[in-house]
Design a protein around this ligand. Structure first.
Ligand SMILES: Cc1ncc(COP(=O)(O)O)c(C=O)c1O
Length: 380
């Protein structure tokens, strides 16, 4: 009988989940306090959220400006256009693509579709927390595998941790917050080891910043591995973090349970049109990429000159060991009108600093030398 099926325990679980979702879904806990603490107003160097400080392509801004006449229409046509454009961009079919309100929506629906109270999530520690926080909403356990001593995913331990209970394994490549990569060969070997019953979600938010030739997207592995999904975003190299557009590529049957959970039309017409213009403006993206990589190299050389310990960055941010808890250090930067990244509890002595424009990074290095004197000058 239906009443029996809907047991008291199931009722409490559903009620608990809806209650938790109602309060927890709108914001990620890891970022909430940090966001509230941000000073409002201009004049700050913002190197805290791994954004593109050069902004979006001017063609994307023009596309936004032209959205007035379509603002009263539901965005079906734009959605189809963007899905086709992404399919062409990646050499797949439109049914291999889903769009989200930022890749955060992709991570959320992956958790919702593939996790449950009797399933677990396997992740690196530290990594981008969204997937962990949404797993909590699903009442799924998280198995955290510490990074290796050189701040990389410990893939063999992660594969060993996968059991028949593992609904999802998340690999952020390059990893946020460490900016380190998993190489193409290591990734291919790992994907072969993970059971086909586990969804492998590879988050390539920072794909475009990598210049290490040993790195590659997992895209070519998707046809032979239906349990593999790649997530990407327009928030990083495309400079559209405020506009909210992300997507996933995978096998249609793997994406199907995620597709059902997306908020209908969560990618709006304005962002879709701007995204399309960005995707077509390859010169602008190449120009931004060149600037980021040049500034990243410059910064690494300055940090090395100071004798500092920092991660081997392949993204638009880097972690720097400041040898003490970062909370007061973050505040000292803020007092100098420089906003750096939040504290990561398992790397509490390391600041995460996004790569801004060259002049911004020069200001940052000057401030760093004042706040945390270089090892050389400490010894002197
Ligand atoms: C690794 C990673 N994935 C996903 C996201 C979320 O990006 P989006 O703006 O597309 O929601 C971020 C944001 O910083 C990130 O670092």
């Amino acid at each position: 009988m239906p009443e029996k099926l809907f047991s008291r325990r199931a009722f409490s679980r559903t009620a608990l989940q809806s209650f938790a979702a109602a309060f927890a879904l709108p914001r990620l806990r890891s970022q909430e306090n940090f966001r509230h603490n941000l000073p409002s107003g201009d004049g700050y160097i913002r190197i805290s959220f791994n954004e593109n400080n050069y902004g979006p392509s001017p063609k994307a801004t023009q596309a936004l400006d032209a959205c007035g006449p379509i603002a009263n229409r539901y965005p079906f046509v734009s959605e189809m256009g963007m899905t086709q454009a992404l399919a062409d961009y990646h050499g797949v079919k439109p049914e291999n693509v889903i769009l989200g309100c930022g890749s955060t929506e992709i991570l959320r629906v992956a958790d919702e579709a593939y996790l449950a109270p009797d399933k677990n999530l396997v992740v690196a520690e530290p990594t981008f927390e969204a997937v962990l926080e949404y797993a909590g909403i699903e009442h799924a356990d998280s198995v955290k595998i510490p990074l290796t001593a050189d701040h990389r995913h410990n893939l063999s331990r992660m594969a060993d941790a996968c059991t028949s209970k593992t609904g999802l394994i998340y690999i952020c490549n390059p990893n946020n917050p460490t900016a380190t990569i998993v190489t193409r060969d290591a990734m291919a070997e790992f994907i072969d080891r993970v059971p086909r019953t586990t969804l492998i979600l590879v988050d390539e938010a920072y794909f475009d910043f990598v210049d290490d030739p040993r790195y590659a997207s997992v895209l070519p592995l998707i046809p032979s591995h239906p349990n593999l999904v790649m997530a990407r975003t327009f928030s990083k190299i495309f400079g559209m973090a405020g506009m909210r557009l992300g997507y996933a590529v995978g096998a249609p049957e793997t994406l199907a349970p995620m597709r059902k959970l997306l908020v209908q039309d969560s990618a709006n017409a304005a962002v879709l049109n701007a995204g399309l213009a960005s995707l077509q403006d390859r010169d602008y993206i190449a120009e931004c990429r060149g600037k980021f990589i040049a500034t990243r190299k410059w910064l690494a050389a300055e940090l090395a000159k100071d004798g500092r310990n920092f991660t081997e960055s392949q993204a638009n941010f880097v972690m720097i060991d400041v040898g003490t808890d970062v909370t007061p250090v973050i505040k000292q930067f803020m007092d100098r009108k420089i906003l750096i990244g939040r504290r990561f509890p398992s790397m509490s002595d390391w600041i995460r600093v996004s790569i801004g424009k060259q002049a911004e990074m020069e200001t940052f290095v000057t401030a760093l030398r004042e706040i945390v004197p270089a090892k050389g000058s400490r010894a002197a």
